[in-house]
Design a protein around this ligand. Sequence first.
Ligand SMILES: Cc1cc2nc3c(=O)[nH]c(=O)nc-3n(C[C@H](O)[C@H](O)[C@H](O)COP(=O)(O)O)c2cc1C
Length: 206
Amino acid sequence: MTAHLLPPTDRTTEHPAHRIFVDRWSPRGFTDEALPESELLTFIEAARWAPSSYNSQPWRFLYALRGSAEFDTFLAPLIEFNRGWAQHAAALVYVLSKKTFIPAGKTEPAPTRTHSFDAGAAWANFANQAALSGWATHGMSGFDVAAAQTALGVPDGFAVEIAIAVGRKGDGEKLPAMLKEREKPSARLAIAEIAASGLFPKSFGG
Ligand SMILES: Cc1cc2nc3c(=O)[nH]c(=O)nc-3n(C[C@H](O)[C@H](O)[C@H](O)COP(=O)(O)O)c2cc1C
């Protein structure tokens, strides 16, 4: 079994899932280390092997490495809170999804109900491959979607799903006190709160 390179966390599990899924978390403090483009493409390689409805592969990735001409364009749509820490990321990535696909045997595009869901599966692969390679990722829905769509030149047939900050996890020293406090792996709901054998249980809530 390949050892993963993000430091282990003290997160505990109820069942023995692989630690790669358990130890991935989303820090906001990054070192100055640059992310080689080939490394980023490895995360995208993992992402493109995600399953998708009809194998429609609706995910698309736009990326800007820190120091590139486009980095500030990618940073600008983020809400101020996210810009504060994500400006130090080694790369910013936007995950898009194509809202239509061409069904097998057809020539005309049809809408797909699952383009966002499928892109979510790709993002998970991306994040876990990054963790496996010792890089931290932090997903962000906190951005102006219309501004991102315009700034990145994304046509209407695509949804801008999330932005991702990627970097080598740092010690968080440069973060404001409020964020430094939150710079640790979070907890999860118990299995009994999210999974049930059979019909929808009262315990899930109304
Ligand atoms: C789709 C998505 C959107 C998120 N948006 C933001 C965001 O805008 N700003 C932020 O600081 N964190 C954001 N997060 C990070 C989540 O808060 C974080 O993943 C969650 O608290 C679980 O923590 P963990 O990833 O460290 O395990 C987002 C995560 C996801 C998956």
